[in-house]
Design a protein around this ligand. Structure first.
Ligand SMILES: C[S@@+](CC[C@H](N)C(=O)[O-])C[C@H]1O[C@@H](n2cnc3c(N)ncnc32)[C@H](O)[C@@H]1O
Length: 202
């Protein structure tokens, strides 16, 4: 059962899109489709966590690495709308990025969020100062993406990485923990979220 913040998005067109995306994701899992054929959206509780987080910290610019069909993007966009933030998502598969942008339009948040086609690190590199990164692409690429974006995240900014307990993310976690310019903790919630705050460079 999905818990929506009823007072805020009960009547949203976004809700219809989000429920369809969740159903599609579940159906792909039930059919046993291979991982590359699945949209692999975050869980609904993780979506609500993203929403709450964005409502709290009010990031001006969020970059998402790995947007798939924009389920997580929509959750963050609904929250960012309240304070005037924006989201640049990224998706390596062109067809999926096009679908993501159709979903953002249908959800009524296309002025707040867009999904660019291409490598998430390359898309992040087009932005000087990022307030928050949501990292949710291929797990083997996590160290590369983290290393590329960390310098672009403002001091006191956040890099949130999904799947750090559901998948083997030891290479990433060891890399992050070896740095003295971040504070990091694993939140054992849903598939595991690494919560990394960037510090002032000395
Ligand atoms: C786990 S899914 C993302 C789910 C999405 N965050 C959501 O909750 O709806 C990972 C996605 O990252 C995409 N991807 C893989 N490598 C990428 C890269 N280097 N840059 C951007 N996207 C990538 C995959 O095609 C896939 O759609």
């Amino acid at each position: 059962m999905v818990r929506y913040p009823e007072h805020e998005i009960a009547a949203e067109p976004a809700r219809t899109v989000m429920e369809r995306l969740r159903d599609e994701d579940q159906s792909q899992r039930d059919q046993g489709l291979p991982v590359e054929a699945r949209t692999r959206n975050v869980t609904a509780p993780t979506g609500l966590f993203l929403y709450s987080l964005v409502r709290t910290i009010q990031p001006g610019l969020i970059v998402e690495i790995g947007s798939s069909t924009a389920y997580s993007t929509i959750w963050m966009a609904l929250a960012a709308r309240a304070h005037g933030g924006r989201i640049v998502g990224s998706e390596i598969l062109a067809d999926r990025a096009a679908e993501a942008n159709r979903n953002l339009l249908q959800a009524g948040v296309s002025e707040i969020a867009t999904v660019e086609t291409g490598d998430g690190s390359d898309i992040a590199a087009m932005h000087e100062t990022i307030d928050m990164v949501f990292l949710d692409a291929e797990k083997d690429d996590y160290p590369r993406h983290f290393g590329n974006v960390v310098e672009r995240v403002r001091p006191g900014g956040l890099i949130l990485t999904d799947n750090v307990t559901s998948h083997d993310c030891r290479a990433l976690l060891e890399m992050i923990r070896a740095r003295d310019d971040v504070i990091t903790q694993t939140i054992p919630f849903e598939r595991g979220l690494e919560y990394t705050v960037t510090l002032q460079q000395s």
